[in-house]
Design a protein around this ligand. Structure first.
Ligand SMILES: [Zn+2]
Length: 387
């Protein structure tokens, strides 16, 4: 890749086999770490930017039939063979290298997106079996490996995937700064500082996390908590139950620096909100998200009727709160309110969708009376049902 287009900042991916190229970028990253050659750094960083921001679907995965297409053109590339799982396994590795050079919440926002919505979504939670592709065709379902008769590359990397959830939860700068990257229950044995930090949370089933400090002697430590891009409202931190202000770093992390005593507790509210994320090349094909989670419309266990098709959203109102309501007693599930055509469905986290048919992307249609212009659409007029 050194003498190729990537070092000249020309997107190398259109028409290329995705997962042949991600490991090359990881190789360039490692080479940069060993030699300091700026060209290798450029390759790794530029490649990451192109893949994440121009070739990835909402779940953080990439490729259709293992290949990348034109940048920002994903609308017509939804099939049963999207998002090879190895690609994301490797993109997480590349992200870790880049974060190590220059820690930034933006890298961990991608990491969290891909971890919850592709990697966690790629394993059958009962059998432990794994996916090769994660299909995003509207009205599809996941196909999992079996114990003896399938062994794709994604089973090989997949066996690693599900043993690696603890890998990037925390980082530290070699001194007394700790980055809290992800909100996962865990115990950090920080040997260099003779400190133990336990993170207690049920996130995303709860909307807060708390760090419990165990130190033998009071310790001056700089704790940096990632402010996720999806956080609803202003950050709210409590130190031993009392509000504490944190400095906002230009790396996107909230900083709490103090002398920590044994038994101290730092908690952070993590309120989430519903919102839509559209295809880059079609504003009227959207995925619905809640915080970092991609939601999938649950279509049941029967293959959707090809004549009826999968439900679409029939509205000009893009305010998702008006037509999606939490299902009482079922956390992270939301029911459509008279907006789906031909019928409403319930949405649930994509990672928890493994038995039936589903749709991650939904078509947004709107109806108007003759002469009316629907809100938020500048040029829609005199139509009855326009896409
Ligand atoms: Zn694979």
């Amino acid at each position: 890749m050194c003498n190729g287009p990537t070092v000249k900042k020309i997107d190398p991916l259109p028409g290329k086999h995705s997962n042949t190229n991600v490991p090359k970028a990881i190789g360039a990253a490692r080479q940069y770490e060993l030699t300091g050659k700026p060209a290798d750094q450029t390759i790794a960083q530029f490649f990451w930017d192109r893949m994440v921001h121009h070739h990835s679907y909402v779940i953080g995965g990439n490729s259709n039939y293992e290949y990348c297409g034109e940048p920002d053109k994903l609308n017509d590339r939804l099939s049963d063979n999207t998002c090879e799982t190895c690609n994301t396994y490797n993109m997480l590795k590349l992200t870790r290298h880049l974060f190590g050079w220059q820690p930034s919440a933006a890298y961990m926002d991608y990491y969290e997106r891909a971890l919850y919505n592709h990697i966690l979504a790629s394993q059958h939670p009962e059998s432990g079996m794994m996916t090769y592709f994660v299909p995003l065709r509207m009205g599809t379902r996941k196909e999992f490996s079996d114990s003896f008769n399938t062994f794709t590359c994604c089973v090989g990397s997949g066996i690693e995937n599900h043993a690696k959830y603890a890998e990037q939860l925390y980082s530290y700068d070699g001194s007394n700064t700790l980055y809290v990257n992800l909100f996962v229950p865990s115990v950090l044995q920080w040997k260099a500082q003779a400190a133990v930090i336990e993170q207690r949370t049920a996130f995303p089933y709860s909307n807060s996390t708390a760090l419990h400090f165990k130190v033998q002697q009071p310790k001056q430590l700089r704790i940096k908590l990632r402010k996720p891009f999806w956080l609803k409202g202003q950050p709210q931190l409590l130190l031993n139950g009392k509000p504490v202000t944190a400095e906002m770093g230009n790396d996107g992390y909230l900083i709490v620096q103090r002398v920590w005593k044994n038994g101290d507790k730092l908690s952070m509210a993590l309120p989430m909100d519903l919102y839509t994320e559209a295809m880059p090349d079609n504003a009227n094909r959207v995925a619905i998200k809640y915080g970092p989670l991609v939601l999938a419309g649950n279509l049941g266990n029967t293959r959707p009727d090809p004549v009826v098709g999968v439900p679409v959203l029939m509205t000009a109102n893009r305010n998702v709160h008006d037509w999606l309501k939490p299902v009482p007693g079922l956390p992270l599930q939301f029911a459509m309110q008279k907006i789906g055509q031909p019928f409403d469905v319930t949405l649930q986290p994509f990672f928890a969708t493994y038995k039936g048919y589903y749709s991650v992307y939904l078509g947004l249609f709107y109806t108007t009376r003759l002469g009316e212009t629907p809100a938020g659409i500048c040029c829609g007029k005199a139509t009855t049902a326009s896409h």
